[in-house]
Structure formats: structure tokens, C-alpha cells
Design a binder for this molecule. Structure first.
Ligand code: URA
Length: 434
């Protein structure tokens, strides 16, 4: 088999067989196919696409390029949850302990933030001592014992995807649906939970800017999951404005703790419950969606989810006092209020711009190696649909550098759009793909 011939075949719209795709992934991971040939193939795929069979072959070949976790040591139906990423998305911090508080095993792999989007691992590192660098054995033990563990992606999980994603990133070949779907799913399948609940974000802060693209991506991922024998569902949720009110690691952790105390923002809790009911249903622990929602609500009301979160933080080396005393979490030195100048209704908050403002403050990273400031961020006091008057505060910037705060100020002002007419409330949940 020659890579040259396979590139030609795809360039002309041909179908790559499972054997051919396995050859490509194996040889590329080993370093026997050079980046320039792989780039040419990726570009051919961008123009010609992959069919369902090719997408599955690519996903499974990438999954099998490294280690596939064996979760059989964990009792019960193991559930994983994955978000395609957004701004202010602290969903896992609330959802995972709620579901685990019901005795349902949550075995989750998480990542760090990159660019304008945040990551669960960075948020959890706000707790001194907390570590997601668990050995596989510790991961299994924690899930068995307390029903919840969150682990960082190990170096040997889908290494082919790691190498290929880095290549796609610099060759303008990221935004092809089948390539995105196979990349995400190769890692989810290597993490190997029995059931997967996907949160596919759509809107200005999401990877998929349009609902049409978000649904198309969700369908491809669900199809891959089903073909690989997993129980899988994708919920398409709004990311056209930041989720909840807090953006920035420490601020988001505080908002998560508030939510576990029953004081979560409405838009955020809507997403938490939509995903949570799917997780409970996947576990087989409820007969109807209403019953699942009721069970989840109970975990907030009786504080079992809050206690589960504290137990989880402690089990992974963190200081659980911070869960009950969130004022101990890192706080930035300066606070700068963003003033409103117009009368009207907030019609839109460009989520990506808010995410970039947090990045400018030092709360995000431009490369995987950058270090971040956990204490900075933005607290939004006004969200879409709110009536605002001149002189009112739209948001508070938390910064450790006044110059950076001033730069972020301009970005936040531009992110807010205000109109004279009232704004119709948009649903947070756009649909579900099963
Ligand atoms: N996230 C991934 O893991 N892979 C992609 O291709 C895009 C987003």
C-alpha cells in the first residue's frame, strides 16, 4: 500500500477501505508517513468528505492507536459526559456530583482550557492540592468508592489523534465535520465508559457557530458511538452568550458551589438538568425524564450533591474546606466595573469576546504550555433579555493587572449589544440527537 495512491484515491472522491485507513493511522503514528502527505490527505478529506463507514474506521483506528481503558473493575453502568467547549461552561462541576450522589458511577476524562474556552481541569486546580493525574488504578478505586473521579487525558490515550489534531490545527483542516467527530469520539471510546452524554454547544462562543452545523456534528458523533456499541445521546445547547454569570476559573468554581447550594443561574441549571436527566436515564435508574429530574433536584435540596463534591475534591487530594467556604478560593487584586451607557435590552453578549477578555486577563492559555492565573475573570451582572439603564454595571472585571483590565473593559463593552425593543427568550436546549 502506498500513501501516494491513497491520497489520489480520496482526491478523486474514492472510498477508503478499513484496511487502508488502519494502514494510514498506524504508519502516521509511527512516523513512517510524513506530515506533508498526511496534510494532503486531510485537505482531500476537507473537499471530498468521509462516508459513515470511513468515519467509523478512522475513529476506531485512532482509538486503537493507544491504550483503551478497561473499566470492568468498576461496578455498574459507567457514564461519561463530554462538552464540545464554551465560555463559562462549569457544567461538569455541578452535574457530575449530582449524578454521583444518586449512586451512579461517573468516570470522566477532562481537558484543560485552550484559547477562549475553559477546561474542567484548570477549574478543579483552584482547590489547593487537587490532582487529576490519577493512575488508572486510583481512578477505578475512586469511582467504585465514591462514584466519581475525573482524570486528565493520559499521554497514551488516542496518540494518533493527538498528532493529527496538531497537524490539522496548522493546516486549516480542523473544521471538517467527520474529522472533528472522529477526533472527539476516538478519545471518548478510548476512555471506554458504557454510556456517553454529549453536550454539543452552538452559538457565538462555540466551535459550531450555527445550529445546523451543531446538529450535523451531533448526528455524526452519535452514529459513531452507536456503531461502536455504546449507549450515546447528544444534547444541543446554547452557547450564544456565556453560560451562567461567571467566566474565569475561580469565579466559575464559586458559581458551581453556589449552584450546588441551590442558587445556580437559571440558564446554567437548565443545561445541567437537561444533561443530568439523560445521564440518569442512561444508567437505567429512572423510568421517565420527570422521575430523573426529580431525583436530581433532590440531590440539590438535601445537599447530597454538595457533600459529594467535597468528598470528590478530598479524594483527589484537594482541600474540601474550600467547598464549604468558597471565600477561601483565589480572588484577583482589582475589581473594575463595566458601566452601561445606553437605555435598552441586552440582545446579545458575544461569548467568544468574553472568553477572549478572560484570556487577556491571564485566565486562559494561547498554547498548551502557557500557565494561567486562576483568580481572574469576569462576572456578568446582565444577561440577554435584561433591561438596562445608563450608569448600571453590566459586568465586573477581576484582574491582577490594571492595564490588562482596561484592555478587557473595551472587549466586554463591544461584546454587549443593546437594543430598544424587548428581547424574546431563546431556549437553552436546541434539541436532542439519540
Ligand atoms: N476537539 C477535538 O478534540 N477534536 C477536534 O477535531 C475538534 C475539537
Amino acid at each position: 500500500m502506498r500513501m501516494y495512491d491513497l491520497i489520489c484515491k480520496k482526491k478523486r472522491g474514492g472510498h477508503l477501505t478499513n484496511e487502508e485507513i488502519q494502514f494510514i493511522v498506524k504508519e502516521y503514528t509511527r512516523g513512517d508517513i510524513p506530515d506533508y502527505q498526511m496534510s494532503a490527505l486531510m485537505m482531500a478529506i476537507c473537499f471530498q468528505g468521509l462516508d459513515e463507514e470511513e468515519t467509523l474506521s478512522l475513529t476506531l483506528a485512532m482509538r486503537d492507536s493507544g491504550e483503551v481503558l478497561d473499566l470492568s473493575e468498576i461496578d455498574g453502568i459507567k457514564i461519561d459526559k463530554h462538552s464540545t467547549g464554551g465560555v463559562g461552561d462549569k457544567t461538569s462541576l455541578v452535574l457530575a456530583p449530582m449524578v454521583a450522589a444518586l449512586g451512579i458511577p461517573v468516570a470522566k476524562m477532562s481537558g484543560r482550557g485552550l484559547g477562549h474556552t475553559g477546561g474542567t481541569i484548570d477549574k478543579l486546580e483552584c482547590f489547593p492540592g487537587f490532582s487529576t493525574a490519577l493512575s488508572e488504578q486510583q481512578f477505578y478505586q475512586n469511582v467504585n468508592k465514591i462514584k466519581l473521579a475525573i482524570m486528565g487525558q493520559t499521554a497514551n490515550l488516542a496518540p494518533a489523534d493527538k498528532k493529527l489534531y496538531a497537524l490539522r490545527d496548522v493546516t486549516a483542516t480542523v473544521d471538517q465535520l467527520s474529522l472533528i467527530a472522529s477526533s472527539i469520539m476516538s478519545k471518548k471510546l478510548a476512555a471506554n465508559a458504557d454510556a456517553i452524554v454529549l453536550d454539543v454547544k452552538t452559538g457565538s462562543g462555540a466551535f459550531m457557530k450555527t445550529e445546523e452545523d451543531a446538529f450535523a456534528l451531533a448526528k455524526e458523533m452519535v452514529q459513531i458511538g452507536k456503531n461502536a456499541g455504546k449507549q450515546i445521546v447528544a444534547v444541543i445547547t446554547d452557547m450564544d452568550q456565556p453560560l451562567g454569570n461567571a467566566v474565569g476559573n475561580s469565579l466559575e468554581v464559586k458559581e458551581a458551589i453556589l449552584s450546588l447550594n441551590g442558587l445556580g443561574p437559571k440558564d446554567f441549571m437548565e443545561v445541567v438538568y437537561a444533561l443530568g436527566t439523560e445521564m440518569v436515564m442512561a444508567s437505567g435508574r429512572a423510568q421517565t425524564m420527570e422521575e430523573a429530574k426529580q431525583m436530581l433536584t433532590q440531590t440539590i435540596e438535601d445537599k447530597t450533591a454538595l457533600d459529594k463534591f467535597a468528598e470528590f475534591v478530598e479524594a483527589q487530594g484537594g482541600d474540601k474546606r474550600f467547598v464549604y467556604q468558597p471565600e477561601l478560593l483565589p480572588v484577583a487584586k482589582f475589581q473594575l466595573q463595566v458601566q452601561n451607557t445606553e437605555e435598552g435590552y441586552v440582545s446579545h453578549i458575544q461569548a467568544e469576546e468574553i472568553g477572549l477578555a478572560n484570556l487577556m486577563l491571564g485566565g486562559g492559555r494561547l498554547t498548551k504550555e502557557s500557565s494561567i492565573d486562576l483568580s481572574v475573570g469576569i462576572l456578568l451582572h446582565k444577561k440577554c433579555g435584561d433591561l438596562v439603564h445608563p450608569g448600571e454595571t453590566l459586568a465586573t472585571i477581576y484582574a491582577n493587572d490594571m492595564e490588562k483590565a482596561k484592555d478587557a473593559y473595551g472587549k466586554i463593552v463591544c461584546a454587549y449589544q443593546i437594543q430598544s425593543m424587548p428581547v424574546e427568550e431563546k431556549p437553552m436546549i436546541k434539541g436532542v440527537v439519540r
